[in-house]
Design a protein around this ligand. Structure first.
Ligand SMILES: *Cc1c(COP(=O)(O)O)cnc(C)c1O
Length: 390
């Protein structure tokens, strides 16, 4: 059976997931409680980080992370333009300035050479931080970025919303999992339904730095302190809590954490399924003139949040797919060209590689419950269109 329309991404909720949520709804804690702690502990272990902080969505997580880096009015941060809006907006939430650098034409990741050129073109100290994104699930080589960041005194926040479970190989041949923060200061994950693990809405920030961890926790809950040792005013009773900073309410509910925690158990299996789907797409398309398949490398384990091809007549192919009830997606419109970011002087022609990418990109359906006959149907439609239009 072929479902119609076929979406580009879809959640995968098992009966066990549902049982876990129901159990939590019947428990004493439905907002932040023991399930949050369990999810945080398991997630930290999964990615190999010391600390994990669960939040209500990745946008909130990015905001907390940027806030923990001390971004304020005028702080300059370099961000990739090929991403969802939150990767840059988090800097603006703290009144910082966003500079976009172009992407690499093969991996579609923030181009480290362009970043270096940008840093070299201004006095040291001009920029404070970097936010690279593991676009589509392709892990950024953070060892290389760390070297560059150290030269210029920068912090790094990794937006790994596309890449839980992915890893790159470092110069010593060791696997470095996204979010282990060996080379980064903090990493942010999303649990939106199209992502690998879902809580409906949710996110996680990982770090190995205790100071960052404490800042994330403090600002997640209104800047309120309850620990008696940390109170400034020690004269009140046990009811007393103290607001020491202007924080937010970015907590995750415990029933959402129960869902995420249950989903996490299937994460590695789902990555295998995604990689199998990729192999089938690649086998079907690699010999077809007019389709560029995603860049392959043996040095990384790709999480394949997206399977993105490049084609000549993208709009026509998109419409043809749509007519056949296949909802492929175009991700992303270059962030530097969004009306909001144009007001800062960004304009067409600034970043030619991402503009060229955008003209030709199409993300085909990619999710663990995509059936073989559905994938065959998608492949057949893409081939029919492309072969008929070269
Ligand atoms: C989904 C996504 C976000 C935002 O995640 P939310 O949980 O929806 O806030 C941020 N960055 C990237 C790269 C994403 O894909």
């Amino acid at each position: 059976m072929i479902r119609k329309p076929i979406p580009y991404g879809h959640q995968y909720i098992s009966d066990e997931d549902i049982n876990e949520v129901v159990k939590t709804l019947k428990s004493d804690f439905i907002t932040q409680g023991p399930k949050n702690l369990e999810f945080e502990t398991n997630f930290a272990k999964y990615v190999g980080a010391k600390y994990a902080v669960a939040v209500c969505n990745a946008t909130a997580g990015l905001h907390l992370a940027v806030n923990a880096m001390g971004v304020k009015k005028g702080t300059k941060v370099i961000v990739t333009p090929l991403t969802f809006v939150s990767s840059a907006n988090c800097v603006r939430f703290c009144d910082g300035d966003v500079t976009f650098c172009d992407i690499d034409k093969d991996t579609y990741l923030l181009d480290i050479n362009k970043v270096r050129e940008k840093l070299e073109s201004v006095p040291k100290g001009t920029y404070s931080g970097l936010i690279p994104v593991d676009f589509a699930g392709y892990p950024v080589n953070m060892e290389e970025y760390r070297k560059l960041a150290d030269e210029y005194g920068l912090w790094i926040i990794e937006d790994a919303c596309h890449a839980p479970g992915a890893w790159f190989t470092d110069s010593k041949g060791k696997k470095q999992k996204c979010g282990n923060n060996k080379y980064t200061d903090a990493t942010v994950f999303s649990f939106h339904p199209v992502k690998h693990i879902t809580c409906g809405e949710g996110g996680m920030v990982t770090t190995n730095d205790e100071k960052i961890y404490k800042s994330l926790c403090l600002f997640r809950t209104h800047g309120i302190v309850r620990d008696p040792d940390l109170l400034i005013n020690k004269k009140e009773g046990l009811w007393y809590y103290e607001m020491q900073e202007l924080g937010f309410n970015y907590k995750l509910t415990d029933f959402q954490a129960a869902l995420g925690n249950s989903q996490l158990k299937r994460s590695d299996r789902n990555l295998e399924i995604r990689n199998n789907l990729v192999n089938r797409y690649n086998d079907a398309f690699s010999n077809i003139k007019g389709i560029k398949i995603p860049y392959q490398s043996n040095d990384v384990y790709h999480a394949y949040h997206l399977y993105t091809i490049q084609v000549e007549h993208r709009l026509e192919l998109y419409n043809y797919m749509r007519k056949n009830e296949i909802h492929a997606q175009v991700l992303y419109y270059p962030l530097n060209l969004m009306p909001y970011y144009r007001q800062f002087g960004n304009k067409k022609g600034d970043l030619p590689v991402v503009e060229e990418y955008y003209k030709h990109c199409l993300s085909l359906p990619m999710f663990p419950t995509l059936r073989e006959e559905e994938q065959n149907y998608i492949i057949e439609k893409v081939k029919t269109f492309v072969i008929g239009n070269v």
